[in-house]
Design a protein around this ligand. Sequence first.
Ligand SMILES: *Cc1c(COP(=O)(O)O)cnc(C)c1O
Length: 370
Amino acid sequence: MPEVQETILEIDLNALKHNFEYLKSKLKPKTLFLAVVKAFAYGNDAQEIAKYLQDLEVDYFAVAYANEGVALRQAGVTTPILVLHTLAVNFDAILENNLEPNLYNAKILNEFIAFAEEKNQNEYLVHIKFNTGLNRLGFWENDIDYLVSKVKATKAIKVKSLFSHLAASEDLNEKEFTLNQINSFKTIAENFSKAIGYQPLLHMCNTSGVLNYPEAHFDMVRCGIGLYGFGNSEIQSANLKPSASLKTVISQIHHIEKGESVGYNRAYKSDRLFTKTATLPLGHADGIGRIYGNGKGFVTIHGKKAPIIGNVCMDMIMVNITDIDCKEGDEVIIFDGKITSAETLAESAGTISYELITGISQRVKRVILK
Ligand SMILES: *Cc1c(COP(=O)(O)O)cnc(C)c1O
């Protein structure tokens, strides 16, 4: 492994492959696998990850916004790409890059049909989302007649898939609610397909859905967080390997005497005779938010925990290394797959792995381990 000389996010493609194969092992052989690579593949590196998964013959990709799909096409990705959150302003980019829009309400449906007709499209592939309880995006069950009449009235689009999203697939206390969502989606899918006269693909499960609700895998599953190594529970995460490790180095060490303070607003005041601190080259502009400051978050140096002291600065944090034998230039681990997972660090500040990993900013250099 190369020596760390600055803040880097190391991305381990072998871990990604392990997670992909583990999640696939939970599926029937015919179930398709859609990899969710939105938000820079959850902060990893969307282009590298997508190209790698394409080589592993993943069936589909999803991004949140069209520009994310455009970046994948520019990187040479040819696998179908579903745009989860279609906005009318992005229709041109969608068409030019052969992206497949999610149509989730009457406004976006009608606008896209008009657009596709004007561009002389024939059976342009679209996906229809139904709301079964998350109340975020999607048509309602009683929109089916309207929807089908609109789709049947044009040759410009064809419905490639119907889908819905679970609200609490990771929470087994909400099993009854989830089973209701699944049943409601089944009814919707049946009624829609009968009325339209052909059978679109059906999909509903995110990572936790894949692991907790095998009866809801349908034709395809949509995995994000699991690919990057987290399973929304300790037991499930144990079978997965975090793909990203955030590492840095010690820039400077200070010896602080009793009563002295560290950082902005003098938020940390030393109450020991001597405190040794290390200044590290990453801060809230790199994705380590202020919530990790003042003793909540920590880093690991030579296997020992060093709490973040004082307020997190834009470009730096200071950590307490009083009891750690280390020197300037030594390696620091913020999270990895072995010592501290992003899940543990996120929990220390009351947030979740999704937020921590997707928030690692583009300033941090990505290093791909193959
Ligand atoms: C982000 C997203 C997913 C992926 O969810 P994970 O919990 O990360 O597996 C799946 N479907 C939709 C609609 C999403 O927005």
